[in-house]
Design a protein. Structure first.
Length: 243
């Protein structure tokens, strides 16, 4: 019975058919008041709230769309942010560069505000995505190492360099192997240089196990601010307080 699905999970008509619920049966459920439409091809159990997590789970596992909690939002979900947000923040979502999101997702008002960044940051799109359980709903989110790369990819225009460094300071327990894999798969030269520099500056014990000879950090200086200071080792021009 559809009533057994978790509270807030969006149910896609095409997926329900694959689960044995014909379109005719779905129509009967809507007429009976068990399901309500929230847009073309998408429904909720009657009485269920519009949960962003329930929508993301449907996108990930029913529609097979590559979208996930990432960046600061993923770090906060895993307790890696070393300070508490005192005001509500938009949820940071990441999707592949050419991802088209269905109208039922973009047109609805969910329980959380969100911002979607469409980027292709990794050679292997699935690297660093981990399982996360929220109440009855489980989904894929970015691991701390991947989430940090996502934050750094947005610097300095859409994410503060200072805040990114503060987040890096809190990542004292990363596993060197996972960091190595993320950095080797990452396509953003800027994000990789910032990750390595911030990790070294923070003095994390895992940093000494990273083999930088297998990580492509490109050539030439990258200026992230005007009138900044050059960090020669990583060829980054940064604010004086971070250099």
């Amino acid at each position: 019975m559809v009533q057994e699905y978790p509270k807030g999970l969006v149910l896609l008509s095409s997926w329900l058919v694959s689960e044995g619920y014909s379109y005719e049966l779905q129509q009967q459920y809507r007429k009976s008041g068990w399901l309500r439409s929230i847009g073309k091809g998408a429904m909720l159990k009657s009485g269920d709230p519009l949960l962003l997590s329930g929508a993301l789970l449907a996108l990930q596992f029913q529609a097979k769309i590559n979208i996930h909690y990432g960046g600061r939002s993923a770090l906060e979900l895993q307790g890696s942010s070393h300070y508490l947000q005192l005001t509500s923040q938009e949820v940071t979502l990441f999707a592949l560069g050419r991802t088209k999101l269905p109208p039922w997702f973009t047109d609805n008002k969910w329980d959380e505000e969100y911002n979607v960044f469409k980027l292709s940051l990794f050679k292997n799109d699935a690297i660093g995505l981990v399982d996360y359980q929220s109440a009855e709903l489980g989904m894929k989110i970015s691991s701390p190492a991947r989430a940090m790369i996502e934050c750094l990819s947005l610097c300095p225009n859409e994410f503060s360099l200072t805040e990114a460094y503060e987040l890096m300071e809190g990542l004292s327990t990363l596993r060197p192997k996972s960091v190595q894999e993320i950095l080797e798969e990452c396509k953003s030269i800027k994000a990789k240089r910032l990750f390595l520099y911030f990790a070294e500056r923070a003095g994390h014990s895992w940093f000494k196990y990273i083999d930088q000879t297998t990580i492509d950090i490109g050539s030439g200086n990258r200026s992230l601010v005007d009138n900044g200071v050059l960090v020669a080792k990583y060829k980054l021009v940064l604010p004086e307080e971070l250099a």
